[in-house]
Design a protein around this ligand. Structure first.
Ligand SMILES: [Zn+2]
Length: 366
């Protein structure tokens, strides 16, 4: 085993990617531009930070030298992380990269730039970046991260070696939750399945008691609906209220612009706050619908005699009691109704109307 192997211990369940990168380090055959692409929570950033440390270290990622220690603390002068400002990576940010890339590394053998979201280049900043990306100095490396290859402009994509990251396997998430977060086996299995391969989400679920409580609320909605109880209007109101609360919390984060402040910076802050609030409202409704969908899916798998496939492992007893074989088709239609509404969430829809229609449909099929 070469030095590279222990390097990626923070990257869970990505053997394909980490083997490839470790081999490149071991053989001294690294490219100057990489695109790490894969879903959120798959460990793209953790892998990029570890790879950057290995590129900088004289011993290819020993984990012990001053360079490796600084990389581990996030204070390495030759490793920079560039994140979008607002929605985009700006031309100014690219100009900064273009000039600092020609400064020789100060404390190591490489200068590494990690672009946290390569999907955030606009055509102007991408154009400003292309020449540097294509012909960097021999000591410079670019590690670009994105949720998918299709998020990246073709001109950028074609200049990178791509490395694919997949969803983290549920068994790996379960192990991390048990060993690192101290979760019980049942809850670790539940969150591993709920998170759908997103390890970061699974960790957030563990740490967020409020979210755990809201999950119970949404599961209760599903249970009442399946019993023919619950009133659509009241459920929509509860959901809209939870979404509004999430939006308020997110919008209030960061610095609020002073009252009546009309400068460019103030407008930007206000726009950012609005964008965060809207994203948080949508995310809360997504959480609710994902929970409902998983619940009816669990009812379906239990009714179909496959209880081992249950997602909500902590509700196994309730599912056994409440799911009826003869109603499998009703549960299937309920899953369909929730998923159809979920698919529309990203678009410009009247949320309240859409939810109302969904709950009416659920009452109809159940
Ligand atoms: Zn080292």
């Amino acid at each position: 085993m070469g030095a590279g192997h222990s390097l990626f211990h923070d990257v869970i369940g990505q053997q394909h990617a980490t083997r490839l990168l470790a081999a490149a380090i071991d053989k001294g055959r690294t490219s100057h531009a990489y695109l790490f692409h894969g879903p959120d929570g798959s460990g793209r950033m953790e892998a990029a930070l570890a790879f950057a440390a290995a590129l900088a270290c004289e011993r290819h990622g020993c984990g012990e030298c001053a360079s490796c220690r600084k990389a581990g603390r996030g204070t390495h002068p030759d490793i920079s992380v560039v994140a979008p400002v607002g929605a985009f990576i700006t031309v100014d940010q690219v100009r900064e990269i273009n000039s600092s890339v020609y400064l020789r590394p100060s404390e190591s053998r490489s200068r590494v730039f990690i672009i946290a979201d390569a999907g955030a280049f606009n055509s102007e900043s991408a154009n400003a970046f292309l020449k540097t990306l294509e012909e960097p100095p021999e000591y410079a490396y670019f590690l670009l991260l994105a949720a998918g290859r299709d998020r990246v402009l073709p001109t950028i994509l074609s200049r990178c070696q791509t490395v694919r990251f997949g969803p983290v396997p549920p068994a790996d998430i379960e192990r991390v939750l048990r060993e690192e977060e101290g979760m019980s086996e049942t809850m670790a299995q539940t969150f591993a399945r709920i998170s759908g391969g997103d390890l970061a989400l699974a960790r957030r679920l563990c740490g967020d008691e409020d979210l755990v409580g809201r999950r119970r609320t949404y599961i209760d909605m599903g249970r009442r609906l399946a019993r023919g109880e619950g009133e659509a209007r009241a459920m929509v109101d509860d959901l809209m209220e939870a979404a509004a609360a999430a939006g308020e919390t997110a919008g209030a984060e960061g610095e609020a612009p002073p009252e009546g402040f009309e400068g460019k910076g103030g407008r930007q802050l206000k726009q950012d706050a609005h964008r965060r609030a809207r994203a948080a409202r949508t995310a809360e409704v997504e959480t609710a619908l994902d929970t409902l969908s998983a619940w009816f899916r669990d009812m379906l798998v239990v009714a179909s005699g496959a209880p081992e496939a249950v997602i909500n492992r902590d509700y196994e007893l309730e599912l056994e009691r409440e799911a009826h074989e003869s109603r499998a088709d009703a549960y299937r239609q309920a899953v369909g109704a929730v998923n159809a509404t979920r698919a529309k969430l990203g678009y410009n829809i009247d949320l309240e109307l859409a939810l109302m229609a969904m709950f009416h449909r659920l009452q109809e099929v159940l």
